[in-house]
Ligand binder design. Structure first.
Ligand code: GTP
Ligand code: MG
Length: 149
């Protein structure tokens, strides 16, 4: 089953949007399997965004991610990676559709509130990167039969 790494970025935490972000994934029907507030060290931020290393905005991106605590989440469900990207909306919040997290709650690419893995492979990679083994919970939500036939 698919899993994705979702992260409330420092601006999301500072602006008090953590509950709202979690709530959107909960309401959709995905399963939370990991959750923590965490001060990200520089090297982890760089590893997480290593594909963007050559970009001009990379130093500012790393500075942003380590500028305050983030909320790390692992979510599980059929199709969760692509669905989470839809819930989050376009990278530039001004281009993100209303109804998406970024479309409703943000105005600038460099302060776009939330991260979501871009592929199932990266979902697994990022969950392994941000969580230690004992930090993840496998459980069966009581509502499962009311979400999927
Ligand atoms: P993530 O879910 O955070 O990975 O965003 P994304 O997949 O929508 O975009 P991408 O992976 O291409 O970029 C990662 C992050 O880098 C973005 O979410 C932004 O925070 C930041 N970023 C991307 N492009 C720019 C840019 O042109 N300028 C600035 N300042 N930040 C950027
Ligand atoms: Mg990305």
């Amino acid at each position: 089953v698919d899993e994705t790494y979702i992260m409330g970025k420092p601006d999301g935490v500072q602006r008090g949007l953590v509950g709202e972000i979690i709530s959107r994934f909960e309401k959709k029907g995905f399963k939370l399997t990991g959750l923590k507030l965490f001060q990200c060290p520089q090297d982890l931020a760089e590893e997480h965004y290593k594909d963007l290393k050559g970009k001009s905005f990379f130093p500012k991106l790393i500075e942003y991610i380590v500028s305050g605590p983030v909320v790390c989440m692992a979510w599980e469900g059929v199709g969760v990676v692509a669905a989470a990207r839809k819930l989050i909306g376009a990278t530039n919040p001004l281009q993100a559709e209303p109804g998406t997290i970024r479309g409703d709650l943000a105005v600038q690419t460099g302060r776009n509130v939330v991260h979501g893995s871009d592929s199932p492979e990266n979902g697994k990679r990022e969950i392994a990167l941000w969580f230690k083994e004992g930090e993840l919970c496998q459980w069966t939500p009581a509502q499962a039969p009311w979400l999927r036939e």
